[in-house]
Ligand binder design. Structure first.
Ligand SMILES: [Zn+2]
Ligand SMILES: [Zn+2]
Length: 471
């Protein structure tokens, strides 16, 4: 006879005990219950229950972590930021295509104007200069003119050709840079130096000699790669969806991100950023000198019949150069001021409201003019800055991201008010600690001086007593 199937009692305990207590008076049920109590299935059920509770707890914790309270930054979005986001950016996108198409025409127009100046100089002016200035002074003046022309074309050409540098470009050339650095390191080890005793020694060449501590602190990160940064840097460009380190801006004309972007210049048909900004600065500098040079040369021959024979060309060039010179003085003043203070045009307006240094924003620039120019030109010599050169720059563009993060700033280079206060408190504590140690050591010195005095007096009195006894 088959045993009656047991009815599950409705009183299964929901207590935390791993094994529920079940009771029954029916003998068959009691037997089944004993089997059930002994079966591993009940343990497994309890285990599953525990796991699901754990998983639920973890999920609610991670959800709470994923939605942190919005941090309160010391500088909320100001009107300049809002203007840039809402009006300037859409406008820039619209103009992007136009500027890209017009760029080549602007460059051709520029070289046509340079060509017109060269034509006027060698066909009209040179003939008068030889008569008026004599051979030696005339040749010197022509030499100055040619030097300006060479520097103007050299810098314009390189500003056009050299890429401004951005995260995607850096990733592509990283391997080449590594090879170059290895070669440089090998070269630096084998530098030969002849000592006073006439013996040749091999010493390491310190290429960064004379560089300030500020620059050295940042140079520490120059061996880092964009692939390493990608592992910890989460900010991405909304337009090109590529990693966006600090001091990087998206150019809507080139449609890519650029390190330390200044602006997109149609006159060089290129973006101006970390790698080619120096060529642009020198181009506008020599353009200013060139327009002044041509203006003075044309004005100097205004009463000569050669000027009167070519009056329309000479007048056109005279007016053009006068206007260009006035514009270039202002333009040079503004751009060189930015280069000396270490900001790009975009960064200057972005940081304009907070340069008091209250610790809530990461300082992009160095403290001195020489260091800021070193960042742009890669040299500390003023003569070398104005000479035509294709030297490598000390920075690759991602050092600022590493440094700002190590200093506790977020990916926008900001700190919350509380964080800034905490870090300033920490630095105060360090200062207090140093002062305390100074006080302690001063006290120790004073105490040792007092004890020495007491000991001397004691010795003197002992000597005195000894003398007394002897007497
Ligand atoms: Zn971008
Ligand atoms: Zn651009």
């Amino acid at each position: 006879m088959a045993t009656p199937s047991p009815r599950w009692p409705s009183t299964i305990s929901k207590s935390k005990s791993p094994r529920p207590i079940l009771t029954s008076t029916h003998p068959a049920c009691e037997k089944n219950l004993q089997q059930w109590r002994a079966s591993p299935a009940i343990d497994y059920c309890n285990y599953l229950n525990q796991q699901s509770t754990l998983i639920q707890n973890k999920m609610s914790q991670s959800q709470a972590r994923a939605r942190p309270p919005a941090p309160v930054y010391a500088q909320p979005a100001n009107w300049v930021d809002r203007l840039a986001d809402n009006i300037m950016e859409p406008m820039a996108k619209g103009f992007g295509l136009g500027v890209r198409l017009l760029g080549p025409f602007f460059c051709i127009a520029l070289y046509l104007l340079v060509g017109l100046h060269v034509y006027a100089y060698f066909n009209v002016i040179l003939f008068v200069l030889r008569k008026r200035l004599g051979t030696i002074f005339g040749m010197t003046w022509v030499g100055i003119g040619l030097a300006i022309l060479y520097n103007l074309c050299f810098n314009h050409f390189l500003a056009m050709l050299i890429k401004p540098g951005g995260p995607s470009d850096l990733k592509r050339v990283e391997q080449v840079r590594k090879e170059l650095k290895k070669r440089e390191a090998r070269k630096s080890i084998t530098q030969e130096v002849e000592g006073d005793d006439g013996q040749v020694r091999y010493v390491e060449d310190d290429r960064f000699e004379g560089i300030s501590a500020d620059v050295k602190r940042l140079l520490k990160y120059r061996n880092k790669t964009i692939a390493q940064l990608e592992q910890s840097w989460h900010k991405k460009c909304a337009d090109c969806n590529y990693i966006k380190p600090i001091r990087t801006h998206h150019c809507s004309v080139c449609n890519k991100c650029v390190f330390i972007m200044d602006h997109h210049c149609p006159w060089v048909n290129n973006c101006l950023g970390l790698e080619n900004h120096r060529y642009f600065l020198l181009f506008i500098f020599y353009l200013m000198l060139g327009s002044l040079y041509m203006l003075t040369t044309i004005v100097a021959i205004w009463n000569h019949h050669a000027y009167k024979q070519n009056a329309s060309l000479m007048s056109f060039l005279c007016i053009l150069d006068a206007a260009l010179f006035v514009v270039m003085v202002g333009f040079n003043g503004w751009n060189w001021y930015l280069a000396m203070t270490g900001f790009s045009t975009i960064e200057f307006f972005g940081h304009a409201t907070n340069r008091g240094g209250d610790g809530t924003r990461y300082a992009y620039n160095f403290g001195s003019v020489q260091d800021n120019l070193y960042k742009t030109f890669g040299t500390k010599s003023f003569f070398a800055i104005f000479s035509p050169s294709m030297r490598n720059l000390p920075f690759n563009g991602i050092e600022w991201s590493y440094q700002s993060r190590d200093m506790g700033f977020n990916e926008k280079g900001q700190k919350t008010v509380a964080q800034a206060a905490r870090s300033s408190r920490q630095s105060e504590e360090v200062n207090e600690d140093i002062e305390e140690r100074l006080d302690q050591s001063t006290e120790e010195i004073e105490m040792s001086e007092i004890s020495t005095t007491v000991k001397n007096r004691h010795d003197t009195s002992l000597d005195f007593l000894q003398d007394e006894i002897e007497i």
